[in-house]
Design a protein around this ligand. Structure first.
Ligand code: B12
Ligand code: SF4
Ligand code: SF4
Length: 319
């Protein structure tokens, strides 16, 4: 392991050595970003709040199983997010322990939850892993606003390890996006959050996909308090919806969607499958999600309401 003092007099470690540590610890790919980089101007405050001594950021990814995320049995997809998330958290800690042995200190932030709910309903996270992964050359955001890795496409989770060491060299963003511009993500999105002409609609996505997370949970509490009897409660939350909330509280959030990840054919293998026979890919991957009969949650009078009503297979529910 090389550890030298650079022109600044600070300890410098070799990126190649650190990469080896990360891959041996179980990460599927890795890149390095320096804290002073111009593109991190808006991110620096959050990063330094979490770990004031940050000099470099190690961006790591963990691959999820594609077919789980494509299944129309969405509890199978949710479980993949959670199970890989747990494994990934362990990998981050393993990496940091090995770095500690080299004299490097740092912090492994959460991959997503928990976040700082003191700031709710504002921006509750400090580290934007998508921006760091992009800067680390691990992928580019596609039309679906997901970081697409050139090999694994959208089927990856991201995390960023903040460390106090300078590295001899840093990664650079990819010059080409893996996005195929096929628009399958827009076609499958039940709320119209993704469209080829307009920016990503945060509220359309979160109202539906996070129905059983804090957004839906608050509505649930309000409904319980304001319903005058069981009949009124049941008219607003049917038994399946109550059960969904129980499941999310007991076993962690049931994501209602994530279809834009499942259908995306970016990345080596999915791209080959898609280009080999587009019609078959659409039939096998997109149609079961598009045709799944299920509720879609939208805000009254929103563009999402109009978009959701276009698909007769979906039961539009105003929240
Ligand atoms: C906030 C958040 C969400 C929000 C917003 C998504 C978004 N595009 O930003 C909601 C709840 C909608 C969401 C949904 C999902 N998410 Co999410 N999410 C995050 C989180 C915590 C921060 C994302 C972020 O940095 N956004 C800001 C910038 C970078 O994103 P942006 O697209 O350029 O900007 C948008 C936001 O600013 C938003 N916006 C606009 N106005 C407002 C107002 C407020 C108050 C807020 C909060 C945001 C907001 O609109 C902008 C335009 O797109 C990260 C974890 C993390 N700490 O990084 C995971 C993360 C991005 N999510 C992820 C995933 C997988 C999902 C879901 C598939 C959930 C699921 N399992 O079903 C969906 C996919 C939605 C999609 N197509 O983007 C993964 C993505 C992995 C990857 N390969 O890129 C991440 C990185 C988690 C992880 N560690 O792996 N997510
Ligand atoms: S589904 Fe197609 S358009 Fe959407 S992000 Fe993936 S490759 Fe790009
Ligand atoms: S998670 Fe669902 S609602 Fe959100 S952007 Fe993706 S497809 Fe659309």
């Amino acid at each position: 392991m090389s550890n030298s003092s650079g022109a600044t007099g600070k300890r410098q470690f070799s990126a190649a050595d650190l990469k080896k540590v990360c891959l041996e610890s179980g990460a599927d790919d890795v890149g390095f970003v320096d804290i002073d980089r111009e593109a991190l101007q808006r991110e620096r405050e959050g990063i330094l709040k979490v770990y004031p001594l940050t000099r470099s950021i190690i961006s790591v990814i963990k691959v999820m199983n594609r077919e789980n995320l494509q299944s129309s049995a969405r509890y199978i997809s949710s479980d993949e997010y959670h199970s890989v998330g747990d494994e990934f958290a362990g990998i981050g800690r393993r990496i940091l322990r090995r770095l500690n042995q080299l004299g490097i200190r740092g912090v492994v932030p959460t991959k997503s939850w928990p976040m700082d709910l003191n700031r709710w309903p504002g921006k509750i996270w400090d580290i934007s892993h998508k921006i760091l992964a992009t800067e680390a050359g691990l992928g580019q955001m596609g039309l679906n606003r997901i970081v697409l890795h050139p090999k694994y496409g959208s089927f990856i989770q991201l995390n960023s390890i903040l460390i106090d060491a300078d590295l001899g060299e840093y990664s650079r963003p990819l010059t080409e996006s893996p996005c195929l511009k096929c628009h399958l993500c827009a076609a499958v999105c039940p709320t119209g959050a993704i469209s080829k002409d307009e920016p990503f609609d945060f509220f359309a996505c979160s109202t539906h996909c996070y129905r059983d997370n804090m957004i839906g949970f608050q509505k649930w509490i309000e409904t319980i308090i304001s319903s005058k009897d069981m009949a009124e409660y049941r008219s607003r939350y049917n038994d399946s919806e109550t059960a969904f909330l129980w499941q999310s509280l007991m076993f962690r959030i049931s994501y209602r969607c994530g279809y834009c990840v499942g259908v995306c054919p970016a990345g080596e293998e999915p791209k080959a499958l898609y280009l080999h026979d587009k019609a078959a890919y659409i039939q096998r991957v997109l149609k079961p999600l598009q045709d799944k009969a299920e509720p879609v949650y939208v805000l009254a009078g929103s563009k999402a309401e109009t978009a959701a009503k276009r698909n007769p297979k979906k039961q539009v529910k105003i929240v």
